[in-house]
Design a protein around this ligand. Structure first.
Ligand code: PLP
Length: 461
């Protein structure tokens, strides 16, 4: 230190580049560095800047570049930090690339409560070991009284894998060719089911399957001496139009019963009861009432909860799934159980439910205000009718009438890279900002993000 100080004194004039090294607090208060440091955490940011100052002192970095390089490095660290919040301005309610369902306030609070020690497997009244996630299972059964028992696993795919493996592993699963779908990211239901050891027995054709197609197959499977099951899949990520026909649950259940084979219905979307707004979307209660043995579904599609696989149905069948060794590998953690429980306690309060029900009139009012504020700031913006979608998580073909603000197409990329990041739609040469999936109390945040993307300082408009 002494030599350094001495050396510093010797060349103590304005030409000493080390005098130009900006102090730590000045760098951390820089308008670009500051927000990044806040996002990353000040301790971590401090370490980065101190290292850059050291490099500048040793002549390895131009002191004039400390701020710029600090901003670059902090931005890279922030970007690599993992999932970042994104404002969904696409109008697509269950957006697969945005993590599907956003959680309700209650579910978020439940997650935080469950983050520490919890009574997930303890009965506080007796001090004895409790049924893991018992409250959630009770809530599921309360929502679906037709179910004799319920179970929760990691996701919808896990629910289907466990059901077909526990009921038909080593045997055959009879399923319509038109229902063997790819569920996204290259994963296909047939491969999933066969990976658990069940073989597929496909019946019918891609567009049409009749009851008699199932009859022969079921008779063979039932007399084979191996376990077997009948599977009906309701794909929630696409729909088929035109010359199509499939067999509803009730006659399939009747047929399965005749052959003493279980009927598993994979409903995907997670609707627990009929929803008048989505008349073509199947639900768990109706499927069980129509005679399905088990219904499987996702927790983070229309149900609006965390990623989870929900299994509902006949108590004896659920018991077989619960005792299967694979069940332990597919079980969910306390955080999922907590969030799912809170979601089930108030299903109308989920953001997916609120966004689905947002009216065109209400959206129009919000969009007009947004467009006015943007226009006042000198940005070209106009309200346009825009149809939202339920999304890949259910009722893929159902349009949701609404509104969006149309702004310059080039803003889409800048919105995506902003803080907070905003995902909008690009269509017909415009960037469409749809507030359907944005809680109204965040309209100001959305407005500021668009102003920012357009290069207008939100505080000086
Ligand atoms: C979404 C879906 C799945 C997969 O569920 P994940 O929760 O994504 O694992 C399986 N089957 C159907 C019919 C689906 O719609």
């Amino acid at each position: 230190m002494r030599t350094e100080a001495g050396a510093g004194r010797e060349r103590d004039d304005d030409t000493d580049p080390r005098r130009r090294i900006p102090p730590l607090d000045v760098v951390l208060r820089d308008p670009v560095v500051g927000p990044l440091a806040a996002e990353l955490g000040r301790e971590r940011a401090r370490t980065v800047v101190v290292e850059l100052q050291r490099r500048a002192r040793s002549g390895d970095l131009d002191p004039g570049q400390v701020r710029e390089v600090a901003a670059e490095q902090l931005a890279a660290l922030v970007a690599a930090r993992g999932p970042r919040p994104v404002i969904n301005a696409t109008g697509v309610v269950v957006h697969t690339n945005l993590g599907r369902a956003p959680l309700s306030e209650a579910a978020r609070a439940a997650l935080v409560d469950a983050a520490g020690y919890t009574d997930v497997e303890l009965d506080l009244a007796t001090g004895e070991r409790g049924r893991r996630g018992g409250e959630v299972l009770d809530a599921l059964r309360a929502a679906v009284p037709e179910a004799g028992d319920a179970m929760v696993v990691g996701n919808g795919a896990a629910a289907l894998l466990l059901a077909t493996t526990a009921l038909a592993g080593g045997g055959e699963v009879v399923v319509s060719r038109g229902e063997l779908v790819e569920i996204g990211d290259g994963f296909r239901l047939p491969d999933l089911i066969e990976s658990g050891g069940a073989r597929l027995h496909e019946v019918g054709t891609t567009n049409r399957t009749h009851l008699h197609d199932y009859e022969q197959a079921l008779a063979r499977v039932a007399s084979s001496g191996h376990p077997g099951a009948l599977l009906k899949v309701h794909p929630s990520n696409f729909w088929v139009d035109g010359f199509v026909s499939d067999v509803p649950v009730a006659p399939l259940a009747e047929l399965a019963r005749t052959h003493r084979l279980p009927l598993v219905v994979d409903n995907g979307s997670g609707l627990l009861e009929p929803d008048p707004a989505l008349p073509d979307e199947p639900d768990a209660r109706t499927a069980l009432r129509d005679g399905a043995g088990l219904v499987t579904a996702s927790g983070d599609k229309l149900l609006g909860g965390p990623q989870a696989g929900i299994i509902l149905g006949d108590a004896e069948l659920v018991g077989r799934l619960r005792r299967h060794p694979m069940a332990r590998a597919l079980r969910v953690d306390k955080l999922t159980l907590a969030a799912l429980g809170a979601t089930l306690r108030d299903r109308a309060a989920t953001p997916t439910s609120v966004a689905r029900r947002a009216t065109a009139a209400g959206l129009r009012t919000r969009v007009e205000r947004l467009a006015r504020e943007l226009s006042d700031a000198g940005i070209t913006a106009r309200p346009v009718p825009h149809e939202g979608r339920v999304g890949g998580g259910g009722a893929p073909g159902v349009p949701l009438p609404g509104w969006a603000v149309a702004v310059h197409e080039g803003l889409a990329a800048r919105l995506r890279l902003g803080r907070p990041a905003v995902l909008a739609r690009v269509r017909d040469g415009s960037c469409l900002v749809d507030p359907r999936c944005v809680p109204p109390e965040q309209d100001e945040v959305l407005l500021r993000a668009v102003l920012d993307a357009a290069g207008v300082d939100p505080d000086r408009r």
